[in-house]
Design a protein around this ligand. Structure first.
Ligand SMILES: CCCCCCCCCCCCCCCC(=O)SCCNC(=O)CCNC(=O)[C@H](O)C(C)(C)COP(=O)(O)OP(=O)(O)OC[C@H]1O[C@@H](n2cnc3c(N)ncnc32)[C@H](O)[C@@H]1OP(=O)(O)O
Ligand SMILES: NC(=O)C1=CN([C@@H]2O[C@H](COP(=O)(O)OP(=O)(O)OC[C@H]3O[C@@H](n4cnc5c(N)ncnc54)[C@H](OP(=O)(O)O)[C@@H]3O)[C@@H](O)[C@H]2O)C=CC1
Length: 515
């Protein structure tokens, strides 16, 4: 029997961000391995016209929860969705709900955050810093609390090259930032944001670093741990390979490449692609929850959940494998054939953006206009290129993350726990993982039918023919214009034509002789 699974039995667990990518996988694993847990409280807000109940219903009825429903048929009775908006004071939680949470919670997993790179500083601070502070305040009033696990990111200190499993101080105290945002107006905040974030690339990484400082400052005598995952990707093994349901990080760019929108990217092929499967992050998170509650380390431990130092894969290899998978399993209705050129040169990037991205979009929009439809490709391309530009920072650098605490924890686990809560990324076969990831994007995210693969392949063949035809026509037009203007071009043209004619005559003569 797994010690960790047994530990969560009978427990009341509070999860923030349970409707997010990582939160869903965390809930799924908890129910599957510890079906006898008491309750999972999830803090949820209504969204996109759906009530809390509808959102929970949708999650439980998704493919991800199929296995759970077999193992734990009463799973819906064990989820208690509590209305909460992390942007509000006290999260807008009702008195009764708050009372229940304070008196019953044993473990907290704090996953909620804004992960957008372009979030306004005020919004990012509210979610990633102030909400963390408020949750810690709540946690400090929970008599039965055994552990508080905070999910941060390995990039919270991406301004450093070598990152240890420690909390680094920020130049400005989180409290000072929170206070000043209360009275500064938005225009001034926008102006000072670049100065505040300094050598970090965005408000996300900056506010996640501030969030860690808050955790350290407000930890009191609680048992707290911080997990820092790198770039979280589709599931590796559990509950099945390749599950993913959002376009964050690499997933969006893989789709864009597969659909033929994204043909070139400014990326360093040899830079480490520090991807980590979401189920690996969840396994580590649950193991840390157990260790922190049972062993009660004296200080707040930080755990890096990264792959680069144990089992590195680079962007070149990843891109190659993504394209190789699209050869076998193409996406439906591609705009162009999948192709990805990685370049580190600014000029080449600009050139590629103009020729391979913007020009085809403009031509396609022209075609849409001609056929009486609304043009949309240029707008879509601009958004895509903006998203790509925000990822550039992460695909042109490599970081070294030390993993002493993570390795120490692995050695503390029994062989059974190492199997059930496997976070040993050395066992990951990248080629297999990337293939499953791409397949998962097609099946679970885009919901494309596997039966459509032959038609998708036919479509790519048609695109290839159109491509050849287009290039030939372009070449002939250019050549015709050149001939009309230059004597030299005319000479070359006549030389080629007479050479071909002579060659054909010789070929015909020699074949007649043989007969
Ligand atoms: C051969 C191939 C090799 C591949 C090679 C991969 C390299 C890939 C390296 C990643 C490296 C990250 C490393 C971070 C590690 C963390 O810790 S961060 C956690 C992850 N967070 C993120 O990834 C958030 C990034 N996303 C954002 O910040 C925002 O979505 C953006 C990019 C600023 C766009 O904002 P926006 O214009 O307001 O648009 P938004 O409403 O979010 O989406 C607009 C459209 O863009 C699409 N979109 C959103 N995100 C993306 C995306 N990442 N990509 C493409 N499209 C996207 C949406 O689907 C949407 O389409 P429509 O629904 O409108 O049709
Ligand atoms: N994805 C990645 O590559 C990485 C993620 N991380 C960290 O992992 C954690 C989880 O990330 P991930 O699952 O990918 O993120 P998602 O964006 O998928 O999920 C974010 C979650 O936070 C919730 N949330 C956001 N704002 C509010 C709010 N105002 N009130 C209540 N809930 C809110 C969202 O709820 P709703 O559904 O209502 O929007 C959602 O459940 C984050 O802390 C992130 O920083 C770290 C490294 C990499």
């Amino acid at each position: 029997m797994s010690t960790i699974a047994a530990f969560y039995g009978g427990k009341s667990i509070l999860i923030t961000g349970a409707t997010g990518f990582m939160g869903k996988v965390l809930m799924e694993k908890l129910f599957r391995t510890s079906p006898d847990l008491k309750v999972i409280y999830i803090l949820v807000r209504p969204k996109a016209g759906q009530t809390l109940q509808q959102r929970v219903f949708q999650i439980l009825n998704s493919k991800l929860f199929e296995k759970v429903k077999e193992i734990c048929p009463n799973v819906h009775e064990k989820i208690r969705a509590i209305y909460a908006d992390l942007n509000q004071n006290d999260f807008g939680i009702s008195k009764e709900d708050m009372q229940e949470l304070l008196s019953c919670t044993n473990i907290i997993f704090h996953c909620a955050a804004t992960v957008r790179f372009d979030a306004a500083l005020r919004h990012a601070v509210q979610l990633n810093v102030t909400a963390t502070q408020q949750l810690l305040l709540m946690a400090s009033q929970m008599p039965r609390l055994e552990a508080f696990i905070h999910i941060s990111t390995a990039f919270s200190n991406c301004n450093l090259k070598h990152i240890d499993e420690v909390i680094y101080p920020c130049p400005v105290e989180p409290k000072k930032i929170i206070d000043s945002l209360e009275w500064l107006d938005d225009a001034i905040i926008d102006e000072i944001t670049p100065k505040l974030i300094g050598d970090r690339p965005n408000t996300y990484t900056y506010t996640k670093a501030l969030g860690e400082m808050v955790v350290q400052q407000e930890s009191g005598n609680m048992n707290i741990a911080i997990i820092r995952p790198s770039i979280v990707g589709a599931t590796w093994q559990e509950p099945f390979p390749g599950w993913v349901d959002n376009v964050n990080g690499p997933s969006g760019l893989i789709i864009a490449a597969g659909k033929g929108f994204l043909r070139a990217i400014k990326a360093t092929p040899m830079a480490v692609a520090d991807l980590i499967p979401v189920d690996t992050v969840v396994n580590l998170t649950l193991a840390v929850g157990w260790y922190t509650a049972v062993h009660r380390p004296k200080s707040t431990l930080v755990y890096h959940c990264t792959s680069g130092n144990l089992n590195p894969c680079n962007w070149g290899k990843m891109g190659f494998q993504v394209l190789a998978t699209f050869e076998k399993i193409p996406l439906e209705r591609a705009f162009r054939r999948p192709y990805a050129n990685f370049t580190t040169n600014n000029f080449t990037t600009q050139y590629r953006n103009a020729v391979s991205h913007r020009a085809p979009a403009i031509i396609y929009d022209f075609y849409l206009r001609l056929t009486g439809r609304k043009p949309r490709m240029t707008k879509l391309m601009n958004r895509l290129l903006r998203a790509v530009s925000m990822m550039e920072y992460f695909v042109n650098r490599s970081w070294e993350w030390s993993t002493y605490n993570t390795e120490m924890l692995m050695s503390e686990l029994s062989p059974e726990d190492q199997r059930v809560f496997n976070f040993d990324v050395r066992q990951l076969n990248w080629l297999e993982y990337i293939e499953n990831y791409v397949l998962g994007i097609k099946k679970y995210l885009l919901k494309e039918d596997m039966a459509g693969i032959p038609e998708a392949k036919q479509h790519l063949k048609r695109l290839r023919n159109i491509h050849y035809l287009f290039n030939t026509a372009l070449f002939l037009i250019a050549w015709r214009l050149l001939i009309a203007r230059s004597q030299m071009a005319r000479n070359v043209w006549f030389f080629i034509v007479s050479f071909c004619y002579k060659f054909l005559s010789y070929f015909r003569a020699s074949s007649t002789l043989k007969v």
